[in-house]
Design a protein around this ligand. Structure first.
Ligand code: NAP
Length: 233
């Protein structure tokens, strides 16, 4: 019998979401490999001796190839920063190099749509119309890069899940967020999730085969909309 612990790679490990995911993964007894930019390795000091760190850009294919070798799951933080296709390069490297059959879980925001059936409120529509072009003009971020990254994930034949986060807040965990297939569904109306619980959902998704080939949009389980509309388990 295989007694080896579940081995998970966290790509984008040094960010806030990445560090929460590492904590949840260690709590479950998983072996953790973290990938982050060289200049951010210090942000992982609290995990010294408990995780393996592979320093490097997350869109560096050789870095990812090394980091995901032998992993049962890969948790990837997709961020739109910069205008050089960082998200797309990161997603493609993970898709290409993760071991066959590994569970791949990617993070993004509600603005990503899988089937075009999401219904967005005015606030998010204005944000995307204004922030998107301005961020690209300032060469600060490129939302289209995250869109392309997710398009490639959706089209892949890997065992993927794309977790779409609502607005985020800090604070103690309140439990596993609830989810729905489409933004605009009443259960999601509160549009708020604790970052610790976003991370909890990502890590839990590794072991939840019902989420394979799903793009769940999540919301905190104690928000008013979740309490009003969540289905009993
Ligand atoms: N923030 C929100 O309100 C929000 C809402 C919904 C969904 N999300 C999703 O949640 C996930 C985490 O987002 P977060 O905002 O909470 O951020 P975060 O977890 O703090 O992560 C930010 C990540 O971006 C990296 N990064 C920062 N600047 C970069 C640059 N110039 N080039 C390359 N990488 C850079 C960071 O790496 P270093 O540690 O090396 O700097 C870190 O890995 C993302 O997938 C995001 O789409 C966020």
């Amino acid at each position: 019998m295989d007694e080896r612990p579940f081995r998970v790679c966290v790509v984008g490990a040094s960010g806030k979401l990445g560090r929460y995911m590492i904590r949840h993964a260690l709590d479950r007894g998983y072996e953790v490999v973290g990938v982050c930019r060289e200049q951010s390795v210090g942000k992982l000091a609290e995990f010294a001796g408990r995780i393996t760190v592979v320093p490097g850009a997350t869109d560096d294919r050789q870095v990812i190839r090394r980091a995901v070798a032998g992993c049962d799951g890969v948790l990837t933080v997709l961020v739109p920063w910069g205008v050089k296709g960082y998200s797309t390069g990161t997603a493609q490297a993970v898709l290409d190099h993760a071991p066959p059959g590994a569970r791949l879980v990617f993070s993004c925001g509600w603005h990503i749509t899988r089937d075009g059936q999401d219904v967005y409120g005015l606030g998010l529509r204005v944000f995307l119309k204004v922030f998107g072009p301005l961020a690209r003009l300032a060469r600060f971020a490129d939302l289209a890069d995250q869109v392309e990254a997710c398009r490639r994930v959706f089209a892949s034949d890997t065992r993927w899940t794309v977790v779409r986060g609502s607005n985020l807040e800090e604070g103690e965990s309140q439990g596993l967020p609830v989810w729905s297939r489409h933004v605009g569904d009443p259960v999601l109306k509160s549009n708020l999730t604790r970052r610790a619980d976003f991370a909890l959902f990502m890590v839990a998704a590794l072991a939840d085969d019902e989420l394979v080939h799903e793009a769940p949009a999540i919301v905190g389980c104690r928000t008013p909309s979740a309490l009003a509309h969540a289905q009993p388990a």
